[in-house]
Design a protein around this ligand. Structure first.
Ligand code: ATP
Ligand code: MG
Length: 209
């Protein structure tokens, strides 16, 4: 996040357990379609909505996100959520990022359409929608009507829909593949696959020392 006067900045939140090409393609599409200056990936610190046994340590998820984004000059990774103790609220993250980026930064929160619903139906949706615009990436099998119906009225123009290539990749499937010793190649960046192996994440075997 080294830029001097950012304007439209993408924020890609997620558990990234692990990060995969679905996340990366979505961020890249949003970057270009909305002419964003950069995309900041924000790994979740304590994803309380997820099954804790399956969530890799925050530091590992952070490092995999750094590895996966290293080759893209416009991708950055923030520690804001993983360094904050206790549960994280999207609203606090958005405000914290704005502080770091400067007052002229306009935030565009990028998420799968399912993820957008989770955020705006959770805590203080109207404040969240005032703090950032949202880019809802369509995911295979997702019904957009639900998003339109559940959005608080008056905020329709804060959410834009982005069609992305139909990638049915999910972290859940990646973790299952690790357990079943099936390939990750072409689903996650090679460095991420190596990192999972090296650290023995997701039940794939003992970490090498
Ligand atoms: P899990 O399977 O563990 O739920 P996930 O693959 O959904 O993981 P998350 O870290 O939960 O990944 O997702 C972060 C964000 O990326 C969410 O907004 C989610 O909707 C979006 N996303 C995840 N996978 C894709 C995909 N294949 N295409 C587009 N968006 C995606
Ligand atoms: Mg998910």
């Amino acid at each position: 996040m080294a830029n001097s006067s950012p304007r439209a900045v993408g924020v890609m939140g997620g558990t990234f357990n692990p990060i995969h090409y679905g996340h990366l393609v979505t961020a890249e599409e949003a970057l270009v379609a909305f002419d964003l200056e950069q995309v900041v990936f924000v790994p979740a610190g304590h994803p309380w909505q997820k099954d804790q046994d399956e969530v890799a340590p925050a530091e590992d998820r952070y490092l995999m996100t750094v590895i996966a984004t290293a080759t893209n000059d416009k991708f950055h990774v923030s520690r804001i959520e993983i360094d904050r103790p206790g549960p994280t609220y999207t609203i606090d993250t958005l405000r914290g990022l704005k502080e770091t980026l400067g007052g002229d930064a306009e935030l565009w929160f990028i998420s799968g359409a399912d993820g957008i619903l989770n955020i705006i139906t959770w805590k203080d949706p109207e404040a969240v929608l005032r703090e950032a615009r949202f880019i809802a990436a369509t995911r295979p099998g997702y019904d957009l009507d639900r998003l339109e119906k559940e959005l608080p009225s008056g905020f329709e123009d804060r959410v834009s829909i982005l069609e992305i290539p139909a990638l049915a990749i999910s972290s859940t499937d990646i973790r299952r593949r690790v357990r079943e010793r099936r390939p990750l190649r072409y689903l996650v960046p090679e460095g991420v696959a190596r990192y999972i192996e090296k650290r023995g994440l997701y039940g794939g075997g003992a970490p090498s020392t």
